[in-house]
Design a protein around this ligand. Structure first.
Ligand SMILES: [Zn+2]
Length: 264
């Protein structure tokens, strides 16, 4: 499954930010609100560009009833520019049609915002089969899924069953728990080496440092799988001598350099 090839270059994308009780990010934490960046990743590979996760969408931001149904706090999420997805891509000089493939770690509302744009541009989207099934058949606003982003959106799904190579140097790692078909990513680069992008299997550095998984799982019976996925990522980090990036950590986002020309 694993090719030894690396990707060429990686850009970190910033779609916006969302307020969230800390107990969502860290099991057993207090309910106070923290602000979480909403991020994505664009990777250049030898088969073309691959986009990992699509942020929060304009449709949800403009749909007050659904938005406040998901975000119960007085504070509300925001996105960059008029259309967060298009704006975040523009900031690194890209448009939806520039991608050969996209993937989505899971179908929570803060990850699905750009799926329609990609569908319109004819870009296929990789997702775990189990995640798509849960999102279609069981999930709704109560689980923080926004169906207009992914139902009847003309999306060309590429369904995965577990780990997969998405492109040379870009891999999906099955990390279920936060949601039933959650996946993380591995990107291998020529100069900076291996990056593991936990996405929501570890929101904050605190999850990694204290080995505490995120809070409630979309399927309440998945708490054990969330623990196993966190252990898996920490194990892969040590095995691969990789940089492990939490999915929603403001401190991390501000602390690392985001080179204008991308990571190599
Ligand atoms: Zn999530």
């Amino acid at each position: 499954m694993t090719s030894k090839k690396t990707a060429t270059r990686m850009f970190m994308l910033h779609y916006g930010a969302e307020p969230s009780p800390k107990s969502i990010s860290v099991r057993g934490a207090a309910d106070g609100i923290i602000w979480c960046p909403i991020i994505g990743i664009a990777v250049e590979t030898e088969i073309g560009r691959v986009l990992l996760d699509t942020g929060i969408g304009r449709a949800l931001l403009e749909d007050e009833a659904s938005r406040t149904g998901i975000y119960a706090s007085k504070e509300q999420p925001w996105g960059v520019g008029e259309d967060p997805f298009l704006t975040a891509l523009e900031r690194v000089g890209l448009r939806p049609r520039d991608f050969a493939l996209a993937a989505v770690s899971h179908l929570h509302v803060d990850h699905t915002g750009g799926l329609r744009h990609l569908a319109q541009a004819g870009v296929p989207i990789s997702v775990q089969r189990e995640e798509l099934l849960f999102a279609r058949e069981r999930a709704g606003l109560g689980e923080a899924y926004y169906r207009p982003d992914y139902v009847d959106a003309g999306i060309g799904w590429r369904e995965l069953d577990g780990d997969a190579e998405l492109a040379p140097g870009v891999h999906a790692l099955s990390t279920p728990g936060h949601t039933p078909g959650h996946m993380s990513y591995r990107v291998d680069l020529p100069e900076t080496g291996t990056w593991l992008l936990a996405m929501d299997a570890a929101d904050l550095a605190e999850n990694l440092n204290d080995r505490v998984p995120p809070g409630p799982t979309a399927d309440p019976s998945d708490a054990g799988r969330a623990e196993a996925s966190l252990r898996r990522l920490l194990g892969e980090r040590d095995r691969l001598d990789a940089r492990l990036v939490p999915g929603h950590d403001t401190v991390f986002w501000r602390a690392v350099e985001h080179p204008a020309g991308g990571h190599r």
